[in-house]
Design a binder for this molecule. Structure first.
Ligand code: GLA
Length: 379
């Protein structure tokens, strides 16, 4: 099981400065407002965190969804850079995981089956014959308990959820905590922890779709992407890894130097055909464990930059291939194909059936603990 030295992780962040800060005269604050009711009549709220640079992030305790994230461009002009909806209703109607916390197992498990301690567990096949993102009612649809927990790094929202033994077919009562912190370095830091009372599997992530030009403002093909990975996990037609760790060298998956996302996305390549574009797990060169760079994205028109750091060994790079213009999001913007990209930090897909992949097993007495940072600047 993974353990990280959080102090070292925090130290790393504290020493990495970000770009020039717009003088907005803002001050750190947290605002809470009602966000409506779920189908079961449960009230949910929306918190907006502001840092001293005027960066804001809005998060609801329905699914732990990041609904908005406003960051400056190179001239200091702010735009919301994540896809989503203006009101709860959009999320309740069903959506492709915009901004949500994903669990108990982010990404796919082949045929919804895995064996742990000799017992076979059956999960919902909710993605063709495979299980995706925690099942029919994953953590993205849970109502989380919320507590404002500002700390030395900035305003923070702590979300907790008890996933009961047997929920969606997974064993063990899993007690989960996710803390979103908005730092004055213009970072959204997500700290995930979990404990269990029975052996189980766990793989948590956040499924935000980014467009650094502004949400709904065109496709993301011009963004220049760097992914710090020498290898990726090729998949079959159902997007289940074959088990191979393949070198990115000489393939459209080589993002070791900045390349426009669109430069090779339509190349004739079986892996791109399976994904309808990029929808693949990259094996981070860091190996996971300590907080380390996973990716860097630059949007040349606005100058906005997003760096992703994580303690996880993998990241799913997904280019919004399934968006098709049928969803109208915030401000009436229509989300067409490839209008957003995701960088879902994670353990590798189908790890429960791939003993050669890093383990996703959590046992009683252990603590699951991972951190991912999305850091914004402009150049
Ligand atoms: C993940 C998957 C994609 C897709 C999206 C949601 O990123 O890897 O295949 O299912 O979630 O649409």
């Amino acid at each position: 099981m993974r353990t990280i030295i959080l102090a070292a992780a925090l130290g790393l962040m504290a020493t990495s400065a970000c770009g020039p800060r717009p003088e907005s005269g803002a001050r750190q604050q947290m605002k809470k407002e009602p966000f409506g009711q779920t189908q079961d009549g449960l009230p949910v709220d929306l918190w907006t965190l502001t840092n001293k640079n005027g960066v804001t992030v809005s998060i609801t305790n329905y699914g732990g969804i990041v609904t908005a994230l406003s960051v400056p461009d190179r001239t200091g002009a702010f735009k919301d850079v994540v896809l989503g909806f203006d009101a709860l209703d959009g999320y309740l109607k069903g959506h492709p995981y915009f901004g949500a916390i994903i669990g108990r197992y982010g990404n796919r498990i082949a045929k919804g089956r895995f064996t742990l301690n000799g017992v076979e567990y059956k999960l919902a096949p909710n993605n063709g014959e495979n299980h995706l993102h925690g099942g029919v009612r994953g953590f993205d649809k849970a109502v989380w308990s919320a507590r404002e927990a500002p700390g030395p790094d900035g305003p923070a929202l702590e979300l907790t959820y008890l996933s009961k033994d047997g929920e969606e077919g997974y064993p063990g009562n899993l007690s989960v905590k996710v803390v979103y912190t908005l730092t004055d370095n213009n970072e959204l830091r997500i700290d995930y922890t979990a404990t269990t009372d029975k052996d189980t599997i766990v793989n948590l992530t956040n499924h935000s779709y980014f467009n650094l030009a502004g949400q709904g403002e065109g496709d993301i093909l011009g963004h220049e992407m760097t992914i710090f990975a020498d290898k990726f996990t090729p998949v079959d037609a159902g997007l289940i890894p074959t088990g191979e760790l393949r070198s990115v060298e000489g393939t459209p998956f080589d993002f070791r130097k900045p390349v426009a996302i669109g430069a090779r996305i339509n190349d004739r390549d079986q892996q791109l055909e399976y994904g309808g574009g990029y929808d693949h797990n990259f094996v981070l060169s860091s190996g996971g464990g300590a907080l380390a760079p996973a990716a860097r994205v630059y949007e040349p028109v606005s100058g906005r930059v997003m760096e992703v750091l994580t303690t996880e060994p993998g990241v799913q790079f997904y280019t919004g291939n399934f968006l098709d213009g049928t969803i109208t999001g915030k401000g009436g913007k229509v989300y067409r194909r490839r209008y957003g990209f995701c960088l879902e930090t994670q353990h590798f897909p189908d790890s429960p059936n791939k003993p050669e992949f890093p383990s996703v097993v959590l046992r009683p007495g252990e603590e699951y603990r991972t951190t991912t940072v999305y850091r914004f600047s402009a150049q």
